[in-house]
Design a protein around this ligand. Structure first.
Ligand code: ADP
Ligand code: MG
Length: 455
């Protein structure tokens, strides 16, 4: 009837607006390389922030001793300790703990957030047991992975440019996050020194390089998105002497819909991180919710009344979207269960459930294809989009981490096939995307080791 025709029209319009043909993706990739050059040329030269990492050596395998890592960057934070045994012993032992961040701390005060983190870290340090040895007379050292835009001032200091991914704490902006953490550790009576401040991308790059020398790019597809790669110092006009750059993926001319625009306007950082808002885990489920809400309002998609829960921002999380998307049961039972448990919607028809999967498909495919275009743009900038460079055959390994890439199979596979589509069969054989399983934690600990005060 009329309802279905209206619902169908919304889906077709969505599909059209989200379409990402190869030509469009090439434009995105080219815009990315242009912005990367501009971002390297001058501070504020581009909306694409090309942040210098201050990491001037990646792990060699010689790293030795006990080191800690702390990863703050999204919904959870992780603490870990690693006993490194040099070339022979490698990672002799490691342990970690994961703590979810109470939502009220994400928008509270800097003091409260860092106190919470330092307290959890102190608890973890207190459980250090067999197999971990701190050399006599040494202070414990930490690699701090802080995955928000930071302007670094040294390997172990940097000021927060702005919060992203749902964090919003005014009094941290412009402050040195290492100083904030250090003060909080002192308040907890924890004797520990931050010897490296890195981003999750740099941590992943370091962790990836430790296990595979061909790793030259790291990409994060989790709550947010970001990438890091090795840049030659002479190619960074705004900088002299350091080798590693990283860039927040954000480009112009993106396939935006009314849902994306409304989500952006209502976000804590309107007008910022637009690329991230199309490709990363924090947002995909929310985009689907907005489409469903419009269908409920304009096409009575779930019956005469609009389900109240469907009006709650971010109520549909990306892991739930992915669970529905991957439902292969004949009656789409998982879709039905999710609709009931999350949105309070019962008695949906098979046709309704199929339509929901179609929406997940459109939103996830756009995200994955744009992510591929972003990675392709980075590879082009690096001259890694060809088989031969400087007369030699090259092999490129991209270390990818993040819960979205790890768990959302459709997204990951779509990303991979789009990479092949963009690179072409021949070149794509020389580019390997490798899942880095918490490489960023180990990477941060390794960088703490190679930047230790005792070296
Ligand atoms: P971060 O460190 O950025 O917080 P993680 O790498 O831990 O992120 O990834 C968490 C994110 O991954 C979640 O915000 C979610 O969006 C996404 N995610 C986790 N599990 C799944 C899943 N099963 N399907 C799809 N996305 C998932
Ligand atoms: Mg992370």
């Amino acid at each position: 009837g009329g309802r279905w025709r209206k619902a169908e029209a919304v889906v077709r319009e969505l599909e059209e607006r989200c379409s990402t043909p190869a030509g469009k993706l090439r434009q995105v990739a080219d815009a990315m390389t242009v912005e990367m050059h501009a971002g390297l040329a001058s501070e504020g030269g581009s909306k694409l922030k090309m942040l210098i990492s201050y990491v001037d050596n990646l792990p060699t395998g010689d790293e030795n001793g006990l080191f800690y890592a702390l990863d703050l960057g999204g919904t959870n934070f992780r603490v870990m300790r690693v006993q490194l045994g040099g070339k022979e012993g490698r990672v002799a032992k490691q342990e970690f703990a994961e703590v979810s961040i109470p939502p009220h701390l994400m928008t509270g005060t800097s003091h409260e957030l860092f106190d919470f983190i330092a307290a959890e870290l102190a608890k973890f340090v207190a459980t250090e047991g067999e197999g971990f040895h701190l050399s006599h007379g040494r202070q414990r050292e930490l690699g701090f992975t802080f995955s928000f835009p930071v302007r670094q001032t040294s390997i172990s200091s940097g000021t927060l440019i702005k919060w992203t991914k749902g964090f919003s704490i005014d009094d941290t902006v412009g402050e040195d996050v290492v100083a904030e953490l250090t003060k909080a550790m002192e308040r907890q009576g924890l004797d520990m020194r931050v010897s490296a401040l890195v981003n999750d991308t740099i941590g992943t790059l370091a962790g990836g390089r430790y296990t595979d020398k061909d790793v030259v790019v790291a990409v994060i597809l989790g709550t947010g998105s970001n990438a890091a790669y090795v840049e030659r110092a002479h190619a960074i006009p705004k900088w002299h002497g350091h080798q590693y750059g990283m860039g927040k993926l954000q480009v112009i001319a993106l396939p935006l819909t009314e849902y994306d625009q409304a989500m952006d306007t209502e976000s804590l950082n309107p007008g910022e991180q637009i690329f991230e808002k199309l490709v990363s885990g924090m947002y995909l489920g929310e985009i689907v919710r907005r489409v469903l809400l419009r269908m409920a309002e304009e096409a009575a998609f779930f019956g005469d009344t609009v389900p109240e829960k469907l009006r709650i921002p971010f109520v549909l999380r990306t892991p739930d979207m992915s669970a529905m998307h991957h439902d292969h049961s004949p009656d789409l039972k998982i879709v039905g269960n999710k609709l009931k448990s999350i949105l309070g919607i019962t008695n949906t028809s098979l046709k309704t459930r199929k339509t929901i999967i179609e929406i997940c498909d459109i939103v996830a495919a756009r995200g994955a294809r744009l992510a591929a275009a972003g990675i392709y743009g980075v590879l082009k900038k690096m001259g890694r989009d060809t088989i031969i460079r400087d007369g030699e055959k090259q092999k490129t390994v991209v270390a990818v981490d993040g819960g979205l890439y790890e768990h959302y199979t459709f997204y990951r596979e779509c990303l991979h096939s789009t990479m092949t589509e963009l690179l072409g069969e021949g070149v794509s054989d020389t580019v390997i995307l490798e899942h880095s399983n918490d490489g960023s934690g180990t990477g941060a600990a390794l960088l703490a080791a190679s930047h230790s005060q005792y070296l």
